[in-house]
Design a binder for this molecule. Structure first.
Ligand code: G3H
Ligand code: 13P
Ligand code: ZN
Length: 332
């Protein structure tokens, strides 16, 4: 049993309370490798932002859960080396799908876990979430639950159609489970294809597709039922068209990739939404930068020569999210 406190990590409690009060949201960035982690830490230190490092089931399978945990411990030291005296870094399990998995992350030194029972019948979701909360709280580890189903692919959980969160359930769910934050469904979804072109309209100024708005009425109703309770938005990548165009220009083939407009995320960040999950945008930034090097310098074969530019591009992206979308800068 390792306590996250010994690793210099923090849980989400104080971080979320401050974010709600201050009208900003904490970035929750997924990481699978060293370059992503370096870029996240550099961006958060240089902007003085708290940050949540997320590990998905896919990341654990790809990079190994133990190695990722040690990387997060290293990230705390790296942040200090970069000049941050008091880094506020959470190591969070993204989309935990069983009690055993959540327990193993708590035991390994994670400071926060998500138990995603959103696809289960309501009573089963309550029971599973409560079981995880009861275990995690013994060690001061915070727990995110989820109500409502997002469209698209959720790690290994797949939902063809979304179901918005039912605001009538949130008081019962949060009271009976004791969860510390709640992920809700208001029209965001995972991946780079969040909307079908036929759901969008064309912006005459840019010629680009504009998706339908998020269901802010559902968010408002949830906030009315649970004043001041931390709300989480998954599937919040914006799918920057610059990256999509760059990927396609250098040999990729992404068609009609559409994300959440940043204006909508800015609006959400000012509300009780205090954690915003972003993964796909980082993948797009990395892929665009690597493709550019491969196309322009076909003789290059030193991985540092293409992973380095990819890391720089991700750092730029993370800083942009912190400074221009979530507003979590200058909080350390
Ligand atoms: O919620 C999904 C995250 O983007 C993680 O995706 O399972 O491919 O690592 P992944
Ligand atoms: P995106 O696919 O929109 O980046 O969402 C990531 C996410 O919700 C991770 O849990
Ligand atoms: Zn998610």
């Amino acid at each position: 049993m390792v306590s996250y406190k010994e690793l210099g990590l923090v849980n989400t409690k104080e971080m979320f309370a401050k974010a709600i009060k201050g009208g900003y949201a904490i970035p929750a960035f997924n990481f699978n490798n060293m370059e992503q982690l370096q870029a996240i830490i550099k961006a958060s230190v240089e902007t003085k932002s708290p940050v949540i490092l997320q590990v998905s089931k896919g990341a654990r399978n790809y990079a190994n859960q133990t190695l990722l945990r040690y990387m997060a411990e290293g990230a705390v030291q790296y942040a200090k080396e970069l000049g941050c005296e008091n880094p506020q870094i959470v190591l969070h399990l993204d989309h935990g799908d069983s009690f055993e998995l959540c327990k193993s992350c708590v035991d390994l030194g994670f400071s926060s876990v998500m138990i995603d029972g959103s696809h289960l019948p309501y009573e089963e979701n309550v029971a599973l979430t409560k079981k995880v909360v009861d275990y995690a709280h013994q060690y001061d580890v915070t727990v995110e639950g989820e109500l409502g189903v997002l469209a698209g692919v959720e790690d290994e959980v797949c939902a063809e159609h979304h179901t918005y969160t039912n605001p009538e359930e949130v008081i019962d769910f949060s009271t009976r489970t004791g969860c510390d934050s709640l992920a809700i469904s208001i029209g965001t979804s995972h991946g780079a294809y969040k909307f079908k072109p036929e759901q969008c309209h064309v912006d005459p100024a840019t010629g680009r597709l504009v998706p339908p708005p998020l269901a802010f009425d559902v968010l408002d109703a949830v906030m009315e039922k649970l004043p001041g309770f931390p709300i989480v938005l998954h599937g919040s990548s914006s799918v920057p068209q610059e990256y999509v165009e760059m990927i396609n220009k250098y040999g990729g083939n992404l068609e009609a990739a559409i994300g959440i407009p940043e204006d909508e995320l800015r609006k959400a960040a000012k509300s009780a939404v205090c954690k915003i999950n972003i993964d796909s945008d980082s993948r797009l930034a990395m892929t665009a930068a690597i493709r550019k090097v491969f196309a322009e310098k076909p003789a290059e074969f030193d991985p540092r020569k293409y992973l380095g530019p990819a890391r720089d591009e991700m750092e730029k992206l993370y800083k942009h999210k912190i400074l221009n979308v979530l507003g979590s800068n200058d909080k350390l």
